[in-house]
Design a protein around this ligand. Structure first.
Ligand SMILES: [Zn+2]
Length: 258
């Protein structure tokens, strides 16, 4: 199936890229992404994935919009206070790109529902804000063999890692156990600037688009660390860990990443 005239116009500025193509655009249109969390990272991630034309977007968030969210979660507006974040996000994304099918999941992703939520998706983008959820998302994506983009942001620092289960290091390979309780302050305690979350979320969206379209070189086995104070960027090389309880038993893909 080819692109319609409206799609050719909507996506014209990315279709003209030498790295892009009609085939890449069709891969995005046929793709399904799950965004876990519609907050500081989820806002830019869901916005850019919908705008770029990812065909189906599932948005998972059980929380309601609060006044203290609005400085860093630009998918939610002041009149949305009290509205479920997945529903608030879905409403905005439908205006942004009605070609995209958006499914809000007003639920908390946990060990009981994680595999069912990620099953069948082409990529999961983890925009959650807790270590506990991050490991649950990682383990579910590995079990279902769905590509994953992990990220975290706190203060002026950010981190992004793309994961292709069975081929590249998963989150648990790189960080075998969560930090001790209280060792890492929460967003509520340490604070975060909206623009910093926007940068990290935009990188997450770019990584997801690269994985879906088969374009560029995703951050596989490479952890990008960003320091917003001085815009320092560090790439830390990581690798699969023998015996990783999340991904060690995931079979290697028949065809290599292209
Ligand atoms: Zn692993």
């Amino acid at each position: 199936m080819t692109l319609t005239d409206a799609e050719l116009e909507r996506y014209s500025r990315q279709l003209v890229l030498p790295e892009w193509s009609g085939a890449a655009q069709e891969r995005l249109r046929d793709a399904s992404a799950i965004v876990v969390g519609a907050g500081a990272l989820g806002s830019p991630v869901a916005t850019y994935l919908a705008a770029a034309g990812v065909g189906r977007l599932g948005i998972v968030d059980e929380d309601a919009v609060e006044l203290s969210n609005l400085h860093r979660q630009p998918l939610h507006f002041t009149p949305d206070i009290g509205v479920n974040k997945a529903a608030s996000a879905a409403a905005k994304l439908a205006f942004l790109n009605p070609e995209v099918q958006v499914e809000p999941y007003p639920a908390r992703l946990d060990e009981r529902n994680a595999e069912a939520i990620v099953m069948g998706a082409d990529v999961v983008v983890d925009c959650s804000d807790s270590f506990e959820t991050r490991y649950v998302v990682n383990d579910a994506a590995c079990a279902e063999r769905v590509d994953l983009v992990e990220a975290g942001v706190l203060g002026f620092s950010g981190l992004v890692l793309a994961i292709r289960p069975g081929e590249s290091a998963c989150y648990r390979c790189s960080f075998p156990s969560p930090p001790l309780a209280g060792a890492v302050p929460s967003c509520r305690e340490a604070g975060v600037l909206g623009a910093m979350a926007g940068i990290v979320g935009a990188i997450q969206a770019l990584e997801a688009i690269k994985l879906l379209a088969g374009v560029g070189a995703p951050l596989l086995d490479r952890i990008l660390q960003l320091d917003g104070h001085d815009m320092g960027q560090t790439i830390v090389v990581t690798s699969r860990r023998d015996g990783c309880e999340a991904c060690a038993r995931v079979p290697v893909a028949a065809e290599a990443y292209h």
